[in-house]
Design a protein around this ligand. Sequence first.
Ligand code: SF4
Length: 319
Amino acid sequence: MSEVLKVSDLKLYYSTMSGVVKAVEGATFTLNEEETIALIGESGCGKTSLARALIRFLPRNVAELSGSVVIDGIETINMSDAEFDEKIRWRKITYVSQAAINSLNPVIKVVDHLIEPLVIHFKTPKKDAVAKAAEIIKRVGIPEDFLWRYPFELSGGMKQRVVIALSLITNPRVVILDEPTSALDVMTQANILNMLKELKDESKLSYIFITHDIAVSSELADKVAVMYAGWIVELGPAEKVYVDPMHPYSKGLLGSVPRLKGNTPVTFIPGTPPSLINPPKGCRFRPRCKYAMPMCEQEPPVVKTGQGEYVRCWLYAGK
Ligand code: SF4
């Protein structure tokens, strides 16, 4: 499988009135063709900031964006917004943002939402763009005649399918899905997840799947990156991280998911995530970690656990 995304030592800081927020620090991972990486962690841990750094949807108060982001073989980190727009966004990578269904204008027909990126960014003639929209809407399981409806006439699940269709219409290599099913009922969630799996196989897509719902992420993920306070604290194959996580935070996160089988009690992690303006000295998880030891007052090493896999914790240093 070929590599479509390589992220190395990515940093994203914001400047605020209270100080510099270290939203993402040292993020490193690769994504291959037809692979899904799930980014999981509590709200505010930096998942969406990481996604926005990749797609370059950034606010004005960015204090630092550094590291390396290679998308389909092209280094993008130092590109101007105009160059990124011209070469990367829509062409190589697209983004389904949180609550994306609310971004559909209720008084603009579905067809006009779908053809907009083709007409504006690719200068596709309108007739050809409508034909492509008809093709893509069927692929996401919506009858073609719904193109001529308004978003307010669609159910939540259908609107979610429309925004996914929008993210696919330009044939990207990578699609970032930020909480794509969190506003949907469980049956619709299952339908959308199955559809995403089929689309991935049909179109050789790669997904970055962002969620705090571990059960949902396990449906799609090949790899899992667990984020805590701006760090990826563990990165590994899904079958390993979901079953036998290494990092104390991953263990706590997985332990908080109710199990249908067995009598394993649900556990929780005491305390709350730290401020990203003044994170704790050393390990950022230290105030909540039951394994904390004096050396955890120093920044933990990134310990390699396999090809492209790692855990950021003193417990594994030197092993
Ligand atoms: Fe816990 Fe120390 Fe590992 Fe941090 S480095 S997770 S405090 S054991």
